[in-house]
Design a protein around this ligand. Structure first.
Ligand SMILES: C[S@@+](CC[C@H](N)C(=O)[O-])C[C@H]1O[C@@H](n2cnc3c(N)ncnc32)[C@H](O)[C@@H]1O
Length: 195
């Protein structure tokens, strides 16, 4: 399949001209994720933002939780230079020390099956607390995603495909949140979507 080039034109088109998610919407999401971690008494001292793009999550943490250490990475040389990330490929890299919160927002759909599987393994090694993940599935592309605002040059996989790999090392909470199986958080049965 044709590969998306993550260059100036890409970020201009999908973040400035015709955003899928505005910065304001991502700020709402970051506020909610941060608050839910607090609700579960999971301290967020370290964050890894994978495929950070314009760095909206990183910027939210800097503005609202200045004591939190945020590492933002991206494979795109342009994104790293323009938005200030470390250049890393999540299919081939994980941090030496795992972190409290991993964000992987709208990245996995750009990776081949082997790449996404390798990325999920690296994400598992990177996270000892909470993971937030969003990747549109084949079903989302039929029923949820606005095709005029979204990059459709992506891999279409089922939710079951992603879930099978994520459930090896995470418990699904819901709303894009997953709890590392190494975290000790006594979730109420109905707070969680899976065992
Ligand atoms: C749709 S953008 C999402 C940006 C940001 N996470 C957000 O939600 O606003 C996808 C980003 O993933 C990055 N990316 C794609 N493949 C990657 C990989 N293998 N490792 C790290 N980043 C990757 C791209 O360079 C691009 O910046």
């Amino acid at each position: 399949m044709p590969r998306t080039v993550f260059n100036d034109l890409y970020y201009q088109h999908f973040y400035a001209d015709n955003p899928v998610h505005t910065a304001e919407k991502i700020h709402q999401l970051a506020t909610a994720v941060d608050a839910l971690c607090a609700w579960w008494d999971l301290p967020v001292r370290t964050v890894l933002d994978i495929g950070a793009g314009p760095g909206i999550w990183r910027d939210w943490y800097h503005a609202h939780r200045p004591d939190v250490e945020v590492q933002s990475i991206d494979i795109s040389e342009h994104a790293c230079t323009a938005f200030g990330h470390e250049q890393k490929d999540i299919t081939a890299w994980h941090p030496k020390k795992s972190v409290d919160l991993v964000i992987c927002h709208s990245v996995l759909q750009y990776l081949s099956n082997a790449g996404a599987a390798a990325a999920i393994k690296n994400i598992s090694l990177a996270c000892h607390g909470v993971l937030y993940v969003e990747a549109p599935t084949a079903q989302d592309l039929e029923s949820v995603v606005d095709p005029t605002a979204t990059d459709l040059n992506i891999y279409r996989r089922t939710g079951a495909w992603y879930r099978k790999l994520l459930l090896i090392n995470f418990q699904q909470i819901g709303a894009g949140l997953w709890l590392s199986r190494s975290a000790v958080v006594p979730l109420y049965e109905l707070e969680s979507a899976s065992k």
